[in-house]
Write a protein that binds this ligand. Structure first.
Ligand code: ADP
Ligand code: ADP
Length: 222
C-alpha cells in the first residue's frame, strides 16, 4: 500500500532522514517512534507531498507519487498544526475536505457517516472553538477519513490532551481505524502510545531506522 525506499532528506549539511526504507501493507497501523528531532515529521511531510526528498522514492498503491503534489495523492492528514478552520462549522470543515480532494460520491452521506463514526453527529453546526480538545481531534480525524484516503498520516495526534483523555483517544482512534480499514502511519515520541496502538513499530534515531517489528517483538525480548 505504501512503500518508502531509500528516503533521504538534507537540510543544508544536516541529514534529517538517512536512507530510510519501510513498507505498509493494506490495513496496517504502523508507528514511527523516536525522540524529538529524529526525522519523523520530515518523513511524514515527504509522504504527504509537502516537502521534497533529497533522494529516494514514495510509492502509494503501486504508483510512484514522489513528485506528485499533495492534492494528487489521496492522503488523509491529521497533523499537530493542521487545525480545523475556525470560521467554518464542523460540517463545513468536512465538506471543505471532500471538495478539496474532489471526492466522487455523495458528500452529505459521507459527512453523516463520518460524524457518526466519531460520535459527533450532534455537532455538525458547531464551530470548532465550541468543542473540547478531544472533540476537535475527533473532527480532524473525521475530516481526514471522509474522503476515503489510501493512507492516513497521524502526526502526534494526541499532543496537548490530558493523560486520561489520551488513553481513551488511543483506543478510540484504533477502533475507528479498524472499522474503516484505512492503512495508517502514525508518528510519536511516546513509547507507551506506540506500544498500545500499533501493529508495527519502526524505531528511528537521527534519521535512521534502528529496528522494526511488532510491539512484543521489540520490547519483550529477553
Ligand atoms: P521530529 O519530527 O522527529 O521531531 P523533524 O523531522 O521535525 O523531527 O526534524 C528532524 C531534524 O531536521 C531536526 O534536527 C530538525 O531540527 C531539522 N529540521 C526540520 N525541519 C527543518 C527545516 N525546515 N530546516 C532545517 N532543519 C530542519
Ligand atoms: P513538528 O515536529 O510538528 O514539525 P516543530 O516545532 O519541530 O514541529 O517544527 C515546526 C516547523 O518548523 C516545521 O515546519 C519544521 O519543518 C520547522 N523546523 C523544525 N526544526 C527546524 C530548524 N532547525 N530550522 C528550521 N525550521 C525547522
Amino acid at each position: 500500500m505504501l512503500e518508502v525506499t531509500d528516503l533521504t532528506k538534507h537540510y543544508g549539511s544536516l541529514v534529517a532522514v538517512d536512507d530510510l526504507s519501510f513498507r505498509l501493507e493494506r490495513g496496517d497501523f504502523a508507528t514511527l517512534l523516536g525522540p524529538s528531532g529524529c526525522g519523523k515529521s520530515t518523513t511524514l511531510h515527504i509522504i504527504a507531498g509537502l516537502l521534497e526528498p533529497t533522494d529516494g522514492q514514495v510509492r502509494l498503491r503501486d504508483e510512484d507519487v514522489t513528485t506528485l503534489p499533495p492534492n494528487e495523492r489521496n492522503i488523509g492528514l491529521v497533523f499537530q498544526h493542521s487545525a480545523l478552520f475556525p470560521h467554518m462549522t464542523v460540517e463545513e470543515n468536512l465538506r471543505f475536505g471532500l471538495r478539496l480532494q474532489e471526492f466522487d460520491g455523495d458528500h452529505d452521506d459521507q459527512i453523516d457517516r463520518f460524524l457518526n463514526l466519531v460520535q459527533m453527529a450532534e455537532y455538525g453546526d458547531h464551530k470548532p472553538t465550541e468543542l473540547s480538545g478531544g472533540q476537535q481531534r475527533r473532527i480532524s480525524l473525521a475530516r481526514a477519513l471522509a474522503y476515503e484516503p489510501d493512507i492516513l498520516l497521524l502526526d502526534e495526534p494526541l499532543t496537548g490532551l490530558d493523560r486520561v483523555l489520551r488513553e481513551d483517544m488511543r483506543n478510540e482512534i484504533r477502533k475507528i481505524q479498524e472499522e474503516v480499514g484505512v492503512t495508517t502511519l502514525h508518528v510519536t515520541h511516546d513509547q507507551t502510545e506506540a506500544l498500545s496502538m500499533s501493529d508495527r513499530i519502526i524505531v528511528l534515531d537521527e534519521g535512521e531506522k534502528q529496528q522494526e517489528g511488532g510491539p512484543t517483538e521489540l520490547y519483550e525480548k529477553p
